[in-house]
Ligand binder design. Structure first.
Ligand code: ZN
Length: 214
């Protein structure tokens, strides 16, 4: 039996990469899965729902995200007012390109849990074994309060260096929901770029096991 994408246990179930709740009706054919133990298939589900809701509602995502918001995300908030309160705590109004919306803080730890799991799963698929290192997660569109006041936020160079990496686009079954690219220096030295719903970007940088993340 194949091993879990994340640990040494047997992969008795399949984990979707990205999680299947990201995919609306009509965009669910041929989704990517990897073998998973029970624990690594279910333990992030609350974080997944939270992060999915935030990304689907992100202002520069496409019409597939808008439809998914109407059908699934609203229902998810109706079911759990706690999730709604947690998601939009400290939300404040903002104008973007003349449109009124809200700005709020993303729980970076929960985002990291979800993006890390996705990176491990894709890496298992792409290099054919469980990746034993760690990941640094960077979302170039997230901004710190400083940027809102037209100041530098200290991440300009990091944003620029991730942008300059020549990624190779990998085939994906539902590119309007999720596309990704890879740049590989060696098997364990690589970086991914994820694109959700045509408009939310995440970079994940592999940190090999013999290097300590800073
Ligand atoms: Zn596992």
């Amino acid at each position: 039996m194949d091993k879990c994408y994340r640990c040494e246990s047997d992969g008795i179930t399949r984990e979707h990469a990205p999680p299947d709740c990201f995919f609306p009706t009509g965009y669910r054919d041929n989704l990517v899965t990897v073998p998973s133990c029970h624990e690594h298939n279910t333990r992030n589900s609350k974080d997944v729902e939270y992060v999915r809701n935030v990304i689907v509602g992100y202002y520069s995502t496409n019409e597939v995200a808008r439809g998914h918001f109407q059908n699934k995300v609203k229902r998810s908030f109706d079911r759990s007012s706690k999730l709604f309160d947690r998601t939009f705590k400290e939300a404040s109004p903002i104008n973007i390109d003349g449109e009124k919306t809200v700005i709020f803080s993303l729980d970076l730890q929960r985002n990291k849990v979800v993006m890390e799991a996705l990176a491990y799963a894709l890496c298992y698929k792409d290099i054919g074994k469980t990746y034993t290192g760690n990941w640094e997660i960077f979302c170039p569109q997230l901004i710190s309060p400083n940027l809102l006041q037209n100041k530098r936020d200290g991440w300009e160079e990091v944003r620029a260096s991730f942008r300059e990496i020549p990624y190779t686009e990998m085939p994906t079954p539902q590119p309007k929901v999720f596309r990704y690219g890879i740049h590989k220096w060696e098997d364990e030295k690589l970086v991914y770029v994820f694109e959700f719903y045509g408009g939310f970007i995440v970079h994940t940088l592999a940190i090999p096991p013999d290097i300590n993340a800073v």
